[in-house]
Design a protein around this ligand. Structure first.
Ligand code: PLP
Length: 486
């Protein structure tokens, strides 16, 4: 062996060892990061909900990766100015647009532990604890929605879209829809169905299937009677009714389809019944709301987003299949040497239930907050959001000049200002722009049957009465300004 080789190894090692810095540096970086996070969350109560900065993080481009690293102080400075001081503060309580997410503190700590300890959560025998933890979370959700935790299976994914993709692929496999069958397969949905579903179907090669938009009642729920008629007609015409997509809380208005009726019809005609509960699902934790979801337990697959209704950070979704074997059949790989082990293993591996092999250990970011806070805190927070939505609705109903949409089934309230000289749609477009420009609160908008509405969505764990009342102040102020009264 040449001295030269050893010399080169030692030289490389002096640098490579920097990837595992000494304890003091780890502590220093840890403290600085923690301080950053705490400053950030403490300042949320006063900072704007939306900062329209024309700079759009351009300064980031001035910091390409260098051969030699920068200080943590400098790195945090860049993060603060380029990430925190512009755009939507999605982790603040005055984010009342779209569907707000979460970001509870212990989730971040769970991520820290998961990343630094780097547990391999793809395969049970590599990290039995990590996989069992994720499967326990799935079984906990199964119990909540009424699937049999013993026979269902699921996956903790990156979100509702990815979960939908998993569900649609499993549905197609279970139904045995071959390439030549696609053009005769019929998918039933409504105008309110989230586009993640049609996108998923396109991705899995079912873009050329037949998409039937089922009419809705005035509360934006699928009309089951018309659905059945459509199915009968499609059968008579030689098509194959395949997948029925119900929503348990549409993103747009929070509408819950008549799930019992949809389950009846799916059963009668042999359709795959999928329920999209990405936004609404966790309201099932609230006793008085459970009834609204009745029938969800009869679905074949369902999607639920912990990064919405369970206040977890973005990138946390879930999919469940009532018959877990169908999920396994859709995703396990025959070539895998692990197949032999499956029979003896106590838990199925995520790698056999989803497209991913190596994956982020998302379970810990859910497990830790549930353990630390206890389920009741989540249950009560969701009840509070629901009651706040009711409060918003009643208050807007009584406010002069405003018109409200349908009563909220979950926590979306739609409304518009109508007491104006100009075109109502045009006025409300100006109103939403003015509110977003003001920035103290963030609302979004939607178009319902040609009418422009503002949307008020209560779902953030930091949204309480105070934030909601600030919202009313801003709305009234901006209306007055637009009307020229101030
Ligand atoms: C948010 C949402 C989705 C999409 O989920 P992502 O987590 O954003 O990918 C799908 N369906 C409904 C009803 C949603 O609210």
């Amino acid at each position: 062996m040449s001295d030269h080789l050893l010399e080169n190894i030692r030289q490389a090692e002096t640098f490579s060892k920097k990837l595992d810095p000494i304890l003091e540096i780890k502590e220093l970086w840890g403290k600085a990061s923690l301080e950053h996070v705490l400053n950030f969350s403490e300042s949320l109560a006063e900072s704007p909900a939306f900062i329209n900065n024309p700079n759009q993080a351009k300064k980031l481009l001035e910091f390409p990766f260098q051969e030699i690293g920068i200080s943590m102080e400098k790195a945090l400075e860049i993060i603060t100015s380029q990430l925190d001081e512009q755009g939507l503060k999605a982790s603040g309580g005055r984010h009342l647009g779209y569907v707000p997410g979460g970001g509870v503190y212990p989730s971040g700590l769970g991520d820290l532990i998961a990343a630094v300890c780097n547990y391999y959560a793809g395969v049970f025998y590599v990290s039995p604890g990590a996989v069992r933890m994720e499967n326990m979370i799935i079984r906990w959700v199964a119990e909540m929605i009424g699937y049999d935790p013993g026979t269902c299976q699921g996956n903790i994914s990156s979100g509702g879209s990815y979960s939908s993709l998993i569900a649609m692929h499993a549905a197609r496999e279970a139904l045995g829809i071959r390439a030549r069958d696609v053009e005769k397969a019929v998918i039933y949905l409504t105008k309110q169905t989230h586009h993640a579903l049609t996108k998923s179907l396109r991705v899995i090669g079912m873009g050329d299937a037949i998409y039937k938009i089922v009419p809705m009642d005035k509360q934006f729920r699928m009309d089951a009677q018309v659905l059945e008629q459509m199915i009968e007609n499609d059968i008579a015409a030689g098509f194959r009714p395949a997948i029925l997509i119900g929503s348990a809380g549409t993103t747009d208005v929070g509408a819950i389809d008549p799930l019992e009726q949809l389950a009846d019809i799916s059963g009668k005609y042999g359709l795959w019944f999928h329920v999209d509960a990405a936004y609404g699902g966790f309201f099932m934790l609230v006793d008085e709301m459970k009834k609204a979801f009745s029938g969800i337990e009869r679905s074949d697959s369902m999607v639920i987003d912990p990064h919405k209704g369970l206040f977890m950070p973005w990138g946390t979704g879930m999919v469940l299949l009532k018959d877990g074997k169908k999920l396994l059949q859709a995703f396990h790989s025959y070539a895998s040497y692990l197949q032999d082990l499956i029979e003896d293993e106590q838990e199925y591996s995520p790698a056999d239930l989803s497209p991913e092999l190596t994956k982020h250990f998302r379970g810990l970011r859910i497990w830790l907050p549930l353990q630390l806070f206890g389920v009741k805190s989540f249950r009560m927070a969701l009840r509070e959001k629901r009651l706040l939505a009711e409060y918003v609705y009643q208050k807007l109903k009584d406010m002069a000049g405003f018109e409200v949409g349908e009563p909220p089934q979950l926590t979306v309230v739609t409304f518009r200002y109508t007491d104006c000289q100009e075109d109502v749609n045009h006025f409300n477009e100006k109103l939403i722009k003015a509110i977003q420009q003001d920035g103290r609160i963030f609302l979004s908008s939607t178009l319902l049957e040609g009418k422009f509405y503002l949307r008020f969505t209560v779902l953030h764990f930091r949204t309480h009465l105070r934030e909601v009342n600030t919202c009313f102040e801003v709305i009234e102020e901006q209306v007055k300004k637009l009307q020229g009264f101030s």
